[in-house]
Design a protein around this ligand. Structure first.
Ligand code: G4P
Length: 301
C-alpha cells in the first residue's frame, strides 16, 4: 500500500464525514473510486467544484447521479464562494444518523469531524480557505488519538482536518488521462499541445459544436474527412493570426489558445462527462462520452 493511502486510512479513522471534491467538468475522471472502499461506513458529501466552468444542466444531472447513489452532492465555486453556505445544512443531513446515535448515548454537542479529499488541482486548498474563512480557529492538538493533527473549528457542530487528503487519479482508461489533460490536471510539459488540442476539438465537436464554431468562426462541415481536426486547428490558427515567420501557421500557439479558452471558461460552460454512462463504466472509473465515443486526435484516422 502506498504511503499516501496508508495516511488516508489513518486520517479516516479520526473522522465522521468525507467531503470529496470533484471537478464538475469531469466528475468521473477527477475521482478516485478507491475512496468508496476506503470510506465505507463514513458519511459522504461530494462537491462539484469549479461548477462555474461546467454546464449548469449537467451540474444538476450530476447532483442527481450522486444522490441516487446515496451520496449528498452540491455544486460549488470555491473561488467565488457560491454554494459554500449550503454545506452546513448538508453536513447535518449527511451525518443525521451519527448525530442521533450520539444523542441516544447522551453525547450532546460533539462536533462532526470531517476531512476534505480530492485529486491534485481540484481546488481543495481554495475550498478549505473559502469554507473555513477567517472566522475559524485552529483547535491545535487534541489529546489521545488525534495527537499531531490540526483541526479547524468551523462552528459548534463541525471540525475540519486542516490538511486535505490527496487522492490520485486512476489512469486505467485513456479517456481519464485525456480529460485530466484537458482541464489542466496533468503536467503540460509532457503533453504535445497540438495533439491535445485536436483531441479537445474532436470531443467538443460532439458535445458543443456551436460554441466552438461561433468563437472561432470555423465550419465543421467543410470537407471534414480529409481535413480532420488538424484542419480545424489550422483554420483557428489562420483566423486568430497565429503565424510563424512568413506565412506558415503557428499551430502550437493556436493549440495553446484553444486549450486555454476551454480551461478558463471563455469557450463557455462545458461538461465533458455525462451521467448517462453505463454503470460498469462508472464502477471501473471508465468514462464514456455521450452521445458518441471519444475523439481520435490529429490523425483522425
Ligand atoms: P488543490 O489544493 O486541490 O491542489 O487545488 P487549489 O486549491 O490549489 O486550486 C487549483 C486551481 O483551481 C487554482 O487556480 C484555483 O484558483 C482554481 N479553483 C479552485 N476552485 C475553483 C472554482 O470553484 N472555480 C474556478 N474557476 N477555479 C477554481 P490557479 O490558476 O492554480 O491559481 P489562481 O491563479 O487562481 O490563484
Amino acid at each position: 500500500m502506498t504511503k499516501a493511502k496508508r495516511m488516508m486510512q489513518e486520517n479516516l479513522k479520526l473522522i465522521d464525514l468525507i467531503i470529496e471534491l470533484v471537478d464538475a467538468r469531469v466528475p468521473i475522471a477527477s475521482r478516485n473510486p478507491d475512496i468508496d472502499e476506503l470510506g465505507k461506513g463514513k458519511a459522504r458529501i461530494v462537491l462539484l467544484n469549479k461548477s462555474d466552468l461546467a454546464d449548469p444542466g449537467s451540474n444538476q444531472a450530476w447532483m442527481r447521479y450522486f444522490e441516487e447513489r446515496g451520496i449528498y452532492a452540491l455544486e460549488v465555486n470555491s473561488k467565488s464562494g457560491f454554494g459554500i453556505k449550503s454545506i452546513n445544512g448538508l453536513v447535518q443531513k449527511a451525518c443525521a444518523e451519527k448525530i442521533e446515535r450520539d444523542r441516544k448515548r447522551g453525547i450532546l454537542n460533539r462536533p462532526v469531524r470531517a476531512m476534505v479529499v480530492g485529486i491534485p488541482n481540484v481546488g481543495k486548498s481554495t475550498f478549505i480557505n473559502a469554507f473555513a474563512g477567517k472566522a475559524c480557529t485552529k483547535t491545535g492538538n487534541k489529546p489521545g488519538v488525534t495527537k499531531g493533527k490540526q483541526w479547524i473549528r468551523l462552528n459548534k457542530t463541525l471540525e475540519l482536518l486542516d490538511t486535505p487528503g490527496i487522492l490520485w487519479p486512476k489512469f486505467e482508461d485513456n479517456l481519464v488521462g485525456m480529460h485530466l489533460a484537458f482541464i489542466g490536471s496533468m503536467n503540460d510539459e509532457i503533453i504535445l499541445m497540438e495533439e491535445l488540442a485536436c483531441d479537445l476539438l474532436e470531443t467538443l465537436r460532439k458535445l458543443y459544436p456551436e460554441a466552438v464554431a461561433k468563437r472561432y468562426g470555423i465550419s465543421w462541415e467543410k470537407d471534414p474527412d480529409s481535413r480532420g481536426m488538424a484542419g480545424i486547428l489550422e483554420e483557428i490558427a489562420r483566423g486568430r493570426k497565429c503565424f510563424l515567420k512568413g506565412e506558415s501557421l503557428d499551430l502550437k500557439k493556436a493549440a495553446d489558445l484553444l486549450v486555454d479558452d476551454f480551461r478558463s471558461g471563455r469557450l463557455g460552460r462545458m461538461t465533458l462527462e455525462r451521467p448517462q454512462m453505463s454503470e460498469r463504466a462508472g464502477r471501473e472509473n471508465k468514462v464514456e462520452l455521450t452521445p458518441a465515443k471519444a475523439g481520435k486526435g490529429c490523425n483522425n484516422e
